[in-house]
Write a protein that binds this ligand. Structure first.
Ligand code: FES
Length: 169
C-alpha cells in the first residue's frame, strides 16, 4: 500500500535523524506525522511506528489514545479546538463552542456532514492573553465572540474551493 510505504520512509527518516538515543521519545513525533497526513491514526499506522522504533504496538496505541491532539477516529479536514478552560470560560468560551456547534449542527467531538470541520472542546492552549481562543488545525484565533468564530469558520468553508487559504494569512 503506497501510503504505508510512504509512512515507513518517513518514520525511518525520523529515526535516522533523531538526536535522541531512546526510540520511545520518537513515538509522539511519529504519531504526529500520521496525524498530519492521514484522516485518522489506524492500527496499521501504529504497527509501522512500533516496528520501526522497536517498541510494542500497545505503547504507541496508549499514547495515541491518551492525547487529544491525536485522532484514532476519522477527523475533518480542519480540526477546530475551542478552549473552555478558565480564562476562556470567563470570557465566553463555552458560548463560542455552543454557537459553533449549533451553527454546524454537531455536538463537541463530531465532524460536520461535509467532512470539513471536527469541532472539539479544548483545554488551555496557552493563549489566555487573548481569551477566548480557538485553533483551526495549527492556526490560532483569539479575542473571539461567537459571531467572529463562526465568521472565521465560514471563511474557511468559503475559501475551501478557492485559491487562497485563510491558514496562510
Ligand atoms: S484558558 Fe483558554 S487559552 Fe488558556
Amino acid at each position: 500500500m503506497d501510503n504505508l510505504n510512504w509512512l515507513v520512509k518517513e518514520i525511518e527518516k525520523l529515526k535516522r535523524n533523531s538526536p535522541y538515543p531512546s526510540a520511545r521519545s520518537l513515538i509522539m513525533p511519529a504519531l504526529w506525522i500520521v496525524e498530519k497526513h492521514f484522516p485518522e491514526i489506524l492500527p496499521e499506522h501504529m504497527e509501522v511506528i512500533a516496528k520501526i522504533l522497536g517498541v510494542k504496538p500497545v505503547e504507541v496505541e496508549e499514547i495515541a489514545r491518551f492525547y487529544a491532539m491525536f485522532h484514532t477516529k476519522k477527523k475533518g479536514k480542519y480540526v477546530v479546538r475551542v478552549c473552555t478552560n478558565l480564562s476562556c470560560m470567563l470570557n465566553g468560551g463555552e458560548s463560542i463552542l455552543q454557537a459553533i456547534c449549533d451553527h454546524f449542527g454537531v455536538k463537541p467531538g463530531e465532524t460536520t456532514k461535509d467532512g470539513l470541520f471536527t469541532i472539539e472542546e479544548a483545554e488551555c492552549m496557552g493563549l489566555c492573553n487573548g481569551a477566548p481562543a480557538m485553533t483551526v488545525n495549527e492556526t490560532r484565533f483569539t479575542n473571539l465572540t461567537p459571531q467572529k468564530a463562526i465568521a472565521v469558520l465560514e471563511e474557511f468553508k468559503r475559501k475551501e474551493n478557492g485559491k487562497d487559504n485563510p491558514q496562510e494569512r
